[in-house]
Design a protein around this ligand. Structure first.
Ligand code: RUB
Length: 315
């Protein structure tokens, strides 16, 4: 129980962050919780797992990877306690392994779009986007990466740190310098928190401005995203919740102002018209094909699932 609460706190406070990492952390937490669970009956096991799933689900409202991971891990059909326990463990291990492979595959597919000598711009810190960039670099392509700071949490500093270790040349810019450098950029590569049924992208605040700027400069804009970043519930008409974080992240001494309100949305929405390509482990697709990815890869059963449900069925 403590381990689940600890993982949830790390996700909430962003010690564990990035849609892919929070999904695998939640899966690992459910697996470890299931392993150590001292209960006598299947019913008790089911309700404890449901409790853990709820705690993890409520940590960050935007990333659909979290609910997709939880749904995949907690979907089992078991007639006794031990086979339910085994199923959760196997589901979680399968999810974690497939997530790692997906990121690798995205790197292989996406890096083909990067040419020798290219300048690539990236935003925030995305494992999938960095896989594309690092695979191109490892293939011997000489590239330069322009990374935005990504205020207010400065994930861009993590990005340049990771690329620096790999020996990739980087330039760090403030977020508002994107248009000033866009004419030097050959390709923008960003990650995703959510991709909706019509190919709309929800990603770190500032992504939409970058996409607009790229469109205006005729620069290609690519999204790198595992298929579990696609949102099945958007097929049912559900809107994506945009997380609003604490004002202190933007203005630490806000209490000294009387009439100031700080707004701190963590993500924004980029319409599919501004996206050239979404690179997934199932291939590089136009955003308009997102509906098919949801139906075919996520196996979403429209009639079986009800809105607002966190995890799959326990039988
Ligand atoms: C991270 C962010 C990343 C996506 C994709 O936001 O917006 O671009 O989550 O990352 P935060 P990945 O720092 O608020 O979690 O490709 O690693 O899943």
């Amino acid at each position: 129980m403590d381990q689940v609460l600890e993982t949830a706190e790390k996700i909430r406070s962003m010690q564990i962050r990035g849609a892919g990492r929070i999904a695998t952390a939640a899966a690992a937490s459910l697996r470890d919780f299931s392993l150590g669970l001292q209960v006598q009956s299947l019913e008790e096991f089911n309700s404890e797992i449901q409790w853990a799933a709820d705690v993890l689900f409520k940590t960050r409202p935007t990333a659909v990877s979290l609910s997709n991971a939880i749904r995949m891990v907690t979907k089992y059909q078991a007639s006794d306690l031990e086979s339910a326990r085994q199923a959760v463990i196997e589901n979680a291990d399968r999810f974690i392994k497939s997530s790692r492979k997906a990121v690798e595959r995205i790197g292989q597919i996406g890096s083909r779009r990067i040419r020798d000598g290219d300048t690539v711009l990236t935003h925030c810190n995305s494992r999938a986007a960095l896989s594309v960039i690092s695979t191109a670099h490892k293939a011997g392509k000489k590239i330069k990466v322009i990374a935005t700071e990504s205020r207010p949490r400065f994930q861009g500093i993590t990005t340049i740190g990771m690329l620096d270790k790999l020996g990739v040349e980087t330039e760090l810019i403030v977020d508002s310098a994107v248009r000033s450098v866009m004419n030097e950029v050959d390709l923008v590569v960003v990650g995703a928190d959510v991709i909706t049924a019509n190919g709309t992208l929800v990603n770190k605040i500032g992504t939409a401005q970058i996409a607009l700027s790229a469109r205006e400069a005729r620069t290609s804009f690519m999204v790198a995203a595992e298929t579990y970043k696609f949102s099945p519930k958007t097929i049912l008409g559900e809107l994506v919740t945009i997380e609003e974080r604490e004002p202190e992240e933007v203005l630490p001494d806000i209490s000294k102002y009387k009439h100031v309100k700080v707004r701190n949305p963590a993500f924004d929405v980029t319409p599919h018209q501004y996206i050239d390509l979404i690179c997934t482990e199932a291939g590089a697709i136009p955003p308009e094909m997102s509906y098919l990815i949801i139906r075919e890869r996520l196996g979403w059963e429209l009639e079986e699932e009800s809105l607002g449900e966190v995890s799959g069925s326990h039988q």
